[in-house]
Design a protein around this ligand. Structure first.
Ligand code: HEM
Length: 503
């Protein structure tokens, strides 16, 4: 045929078939052809690590605008796809969510020999069991209701007295907020609260702060492990190891104690009981001491800085908008007064405060890039193919600050956007600070309970004012895993003292 001998003809046919398979059918070719665009040229070995800004919020916003809802960056040789916009985030985490349930491995877990342990970074059946067991235990504690609310309320009472002790002195109260919020999680886990001066709790809280602050640099080691060995701990692997070890040591003390505690008294004893029940019933289970330890570390890590930063942001926005504080006081005085503490039943009758909390969460967007996911198979998103093994960043910030959703004043603090014209709270489905889908924030109800009980009690008792007239604190943030306001001072004026409310 065409003057070709049979062997040559067969070879050419095989080559052409191979070529068409490669170009049109194989996953590698699909992904190569249809990968989301890469806004910055990746360097060999380093990828885009050097071109990412320290705080990439603005950079991602720009790239989203230029390249659409999906764009690619490279961490070392690893492809990372950033998913933007409400529709695309829903498509990836909800409708196609089963393909994005896993997380990429994290170096911090490797460093302490806990790569496949615990909850927040685990994958597959072990993650599923850790998540359902944790949810069940929290539910038994009265998630969002009585028992949990009581624990939070108890902590809030100590917190309010601590603020009153400042006697109106200009103080940076972020640390006090952080300690109090950590105490809530600690009391769930070990069944008791710690005094504000307890050295163990202080060390544990500092380890969470350290973990979050060095996580960004350390993330580079996930993709280029050799960076770990550079001199001077340039990529924070030693600091990370230190922080995780401190956190582990904090809980280790309570492990043996829990043997004598009643199940249900604290998280540790309940978890151990659930494991015993499964073993007695002859079920296979991944519940183990190692998984328990890592789950506790995950709860403390995920559940403290997120909530305490949100409270700090809310207070900071209020300092910038004294008229909002006036309205909160008015509402609280009418609905609750000063003769009793606010409780969860008051929430539906405090829509303005609820709107203020939601607006603070929206604008602060404290976990702007959520926690990374991993594609467990090839997935089509929009007109692109996301290949198996790709790391995925759901850019929640792109939704929470989207002017098409929130209007041209999306960058402003305006609680009224969460209110209907009759003053009731307006539900906005695009309000997703806790992410969406089967692997969204496990502590959402705990966080909402804390935010409401802390902030309602704070505004009931205090008027928050600038450290000195005209001394408006900056809205700058430090950025690690979460967005934390830069240190600022505030004066907490006790409304129980005469003349404070009117002044
Ligand atoms: C305002 C406070 C909080 C915010 C904004 C927040 C936000 C988030 C976000 C965005 C994620 C990632 C979800 C995803 O991958 O789709 C997450 C995960 C998680 N959060 Fe929260 N969170 C908060 C408070 C809490 C609290 C109080 C707890 C614990 C009681 C908690 C426990 C967790 C856990 C365990 C995960 C990992 C879930 C998993 O991998 O299955 N969070 N959170």
């Amino acid at each position: 045929m065409f003057g070709l001998d049979q062997t040559t003809f067969m070879s050419i046919t095989a080559a052409l078939l191979g070529f068409f398979y490669y170009v049109l059918v194989s996953p590698a070719s699909k992904s190569r052809q249809k990968l989301p665009p890469c806004p910055a040229r990746p360097w060999p070995l380093l990828g885009n690590i050097t071109s990412l800004e320290e705080n990439p919020r603005q950079q991602f916003k720009q790239w989203h605008k230029q390249h659409g809802d999906l764009f690619s960056i490279y961490f070392g040789n690893t492809l990372v796809v950033v998913v933007n916009g409400y529709k695309m985030i829903r498509e990836s985490l909800v409708s196609k969510g089963n393909a994005f349930l896993d997380r990429p491995p994290m170096v911090a877990n490797d460093l302490i020999g806990m790569r496949d342990a615990g909850l927040a970074f685990n994958c597959g059946p072990a993650w599923k069991e850790a998540r359902s067991t944790t949810m069940l235990i929290l539910k038994e504690f009265g998630l969002g209701k009585d028992t949990l609310a009581q624990r939070v309320q108890e902590e809030v009472n100590y917190f309010i007295e601590k603020l009153a002790d400042l006697r109106g002195e200009a103080t940076d109260i972020q640390y006090i907020i952080h300690i109090s919020v950590s105490n809530v999680i600690a009391s769930i886990i070990v069944g008791k609260r710690f005094s504000y001066d307890d050295a163990r709790l202080k060390k544990a809280v500092e380890s969470v702060v350290q973990l979050a602050s060095c996580a960004r640099e350390a993330a580079a080691i996930n993709y280029l492990p050799v960076l770990r060995y550079l001199p001077g701990d340039m990529f924070n692997s030693q600091r990370l190891l230190q922080a995780t070890t401190t956190m582990r040591d904090f809980f280790a003390e309570f492990f043996s104690q829990s043997e004598v505690d009643e199940p249900g008294e604290n998280f540790i004893s309940s978890y151990k009981q659930k494991r015993e029940e499964k073993l007695k019933a002859g079920e296979t289970t991944s519940l183990s001491d190692k998984n328990l330890m890592k789950t506790l570390m995950d709860l403390l890590g995920a559940g403290t800085e997120t909530t305490s930063s949100t409270i700090s942001w809310c207070l900071l926005y209020i300092l910038h908008h004294p008229e909002v504080q006036l309205k909160i006081h008015e509402e609280l005085d009418q609905v609750v007064g000063q003769n009793r503490k606010p409780n969860l039943d008051d929430k539906p009758r405090l829509p303005y405060l609820d709107a203020v909390i939601k607006e603070s969460q929206r604008l602060a967007s404290v976990v702007p890039f959520s926690i990374m996911r991993l594609a467990s198979k090839d997935v089509v998103l929009g007109k692109y193919v996301i290949p198996e093994g790709t790391s995925v960043i759901p850019n929640l910030d792109s939704v929470l600050h989207d002017p098409e959703i929130w209007g041209s004043d999306a960058e402003d603090f305006r609680p009224e956007r969460f209110l209907n014209s009759d003053g009731t709270v307006r539900h906005r489905e695009e309000f997703i600070p806790f992410s969406v889908g089967r692997r969204n924030c496990l502590g959402m109800s705990v966080a909402q309970t804390e935010l409401f009980l802390f902030l309602s009690a704070m505004f009931q008792r205090f008027k928050f004012v600038l450290p000195a007239p005209g001394d408006l604190p900056s809205l700058k943030e430090t950025f690690g895993l979460t967005a934390v306001p830069a240190a600022y001072k505030v004066r907490c004026l006790d409304r129980l003292q005469e003349n404070v409310t009117k002044s």
